[in-house]
Design a protein around this ligand. Structure first.
Ligand code: CO8
Length: 259
């Protein structure tokens, strides 16, 4: 598939998506959002892909929505632009395959919101994260008000949104906003190692874990727990469950096929 604003690469069971507008710090314009949508759809339907990694080229992961578009937007356009961005973030969160945001540099505004839509965030020591929309006289519009609050809690989320300050990745790690921080030089290697580890697990279990965690977070606890039990029944019917249990009993490594 040909893209102008992103690059994609398949590597074994991993599917890499690199935002590729480095001169504009990978700001999200309409074209990039549309291409990102197509790339994640391709990764989701690709039978070889088990883990999807999203990163950025150059010194930024993504510096947010493309501000140069803002002055041309009517309120109705702004609503559509926000909705389009939100739909792609929702789509990424709902993918059946695990996603990792590899945060190589600035993750700001819509860029942090993109990282928040991914399952796991790994950041370079040099990266900075924030929701600076308040400085533009607006506020986060790609899911940040909701997803950041769920990840770091209300007080920290409100402070980040109200000040617009960028926080270093070490602080983000302390907040639980990124899973781990590594030097930029090791970022790709560490991300690949983690992705390959997850790629060896049962894809059905991975998809169910995502579904149950995400839907459970939107539900009262008893409903989430009931969903967990129902999914458990499903996972018990799979060949992967037989393979996993037999491999343990036979003292060998399992090979999961996603069946
Ligand atoms: N949009 C468009 N262009 C950008 C953006 C952006 N978000 N960020 C950086 N750029 C451009 C710069 O204008 C510059 O272009 P040029 O070379 O043509 O002048 C180039 O990228 C390099 O940037 P800088 O020279 O500014 O690089 P610095 O290292 O000096 O600074 C910063 C880096 C601190 C990241 C700085 O670029 C910055 O503050 N950027 C803006 C960050 C920001 O405010 N992001 C939030 C955007 S709003 C948003 O994401 C809302 C999401 C919901 C949208 C709902 C739609 C209605």
């Amino acid at each position: 598939m040909e893209f102008e604003t992103i690059e994609t690469k398949k590597e074994g069971n991993l599917f890499w998506i690199t935002l590729n507008r480095p001169d504009k710090l990978n700001a999200l314009n309409a074209k990039l959002l549309e291409e990102l949508h197509r790339a994640v759809s391709e990764a989701e339907s690709d039978p070889d892909t088990r883990v999807i990694i999203i990163t950025g080229k150059g010194k930024a992961f993504c510096a947010g929505a493309d501000i140069t578009q803002f002055n041309q937007l009517t309120p109705a356009d702004a609503w559509k632009f926000s909705k389009k961005g939100r739909e792609i973030m929702d789509k990424i969160e709902a993918l059946s395959k695990p996603t990792i945001a590899m945060i190589n540099g600035y993750a700001l505004g819509g860029g942090l919101e993109l990282a928040l839509a991914c399952d796991i965030r790994i950041a370079a020591e040099e990266a900075q994260l924030g929701l600076p929309e308040i400085n533009l006289g607006i506020y986060p519009g790609y899911g940040g008000t909701q997803r950041l609050t769920r990840v770091v809690g209300k007080g920290r989320a409100l402070e980040m949104m109200m000040t617009g300050d960028r926080i270093p990745s070490r602080d983000a790690e302390r907040y639980g906003l990124v899973n781990r921080v590594v030097p930029l030089a090791n970022l790709e290697q560490e991300t690949r190692k983690l992705a390959e580890k997850i790629a060896k697990k049962s894809p059905i279990s991975l998809a169910l874990i995502k579904e149950v965690v995400n839907k459970g977070l939107d539900s009262p606890l008893p409903s989430g727990l009931a969903l967990e039990s129902v999914g458990w029944g499903v996972v018990f019917s799979t060949e992967d469950k037989k393979e996993g249990v037999n491999a343990f009993l036979e003292k060998r490594e399992p090979t999961f096929k996603g069946k």
